[in-house]
Ligand binder design. Structure first.
Ligand code: FMN
Length: 253
């Protein structure tokens, strides 16, 4: 079965596309049938370390990764993933969690870093960082029962009439922001695994409430996705890769 789409093949004629990174992109597929061989713990840890190098909004790093090792928890997690093949056959499961509730402590961690590492720089960077993490980010992330979100929306609407204004200020929109960054971590993890010779499948087809319970996480922690990993077995790739023609997704304006 071809692992490379027709579009990718035509792109491959271009030498610039023939890079190891491109090969990795071509190789990674969502796998739904794995061999029983486990991914070694040190590989998982190294890949998660790589994933933490992903960019995140305001460098808040609102992510956590749970490698589920307990047999009972793993069985419960497979069930919570609707027993779908990508979970059921996987030797390893990692839950990617969005710690939206940690925004304040991650602001403090950034402030700490600036104090220790960059505080004695001659320009006003530390002052700007301090204002950013003590005023700007709290203004965006703090909310109570969605009430502040409505007020922020009204404020941003009227301010936006006069100047460019940040619009995604409601609680659900700020949560989306957190998920966006955590998703970048998740994709980095999958490519880190691919670089180590392991396959993966991202899954949002799961019962997030049950997954949160299995991990004993508070309500403020949100499940971003579950990533299964291991080595692909025969039939692990369900079919040839489908991607839209480039003209449908890329525009020069
Ligand atoms: C956020 C997200 C959630 C996904 N959820 C599932 C899922 O629950 N089960 C599954 O089998 N595949 C899932 N996938 C895999 C997609 O179906 C897959 O990425 C897509 O079909 C493209 O195939 P490829 O990854 O092999 O290129 C998910 C992918 C993403 C990005």
């Amino acid at each position: 079965m071809p692992l490379v789409s027709t579009r990718c093949l035509s792109l491959h004629k271009n030498q610039a596309m023939n890079t190891p990174f491109r090969a990795l992109l071509e190789h990674r597929r969502s796998i739904r049938n794995y061999l029983p061989e486990q991914v070694p713990d040190d590989v998982i840890k190294r890949c998660i370390e790589s994933a933490t190098l992903a960019p995140s909004s305001s460098n808040l790093q609102l992510w956590e990764y749970y490698h589920v090792k307990s047999k009972d928890k793993k069985a419960a997690l497979v069930k919570a993933c609707m027993s779908q093949p990508a979970a059921k056959t996987a030797p390893n499961l990692i839950v990617v969690v969005t710690r939206h509730d940690y925004w304040k402590r991650r602001c403090d961690a950034n402030l700490d870093f600036f104090r220790k590492v960059a505080w004695d720089e001659p320009d006003d960077k530390p002052i700007r960082a301090s204002t950013y993490f003590t005023k700007t980010i709290p203004a965006l992330y703090f909310d109570f029962l969605g009430i502040f979100g409505v007020l922020k929306k009204v404020f941003s609407f009227f301010q936006g009439l006069r100047r460019p204004m940040f619009r995604e200020v409601r609680a659900s929109q700020v949560l989306t922001m957190s998920h966006k960054s955590v998703g970048l971590g998740a994709v980095t993890l999958m490519y880190a695994l691919a670089a180590e010779g392991y396959d993966s499948c991202p899954m949002e087809g799961m019962d997030s409430k049950r997954v949160r319970k299995i991990l004993d996480l508070p309500k403020g922690a949100k499940i971003n996705m579950v990533i299964s990993c291991g080595k692909r077995a025969e039939g692990g790739v369900y079919g040839p890769r489908f991607r839209l023609p480039i003209d449908e997704v890329f525009f020069e304006v």
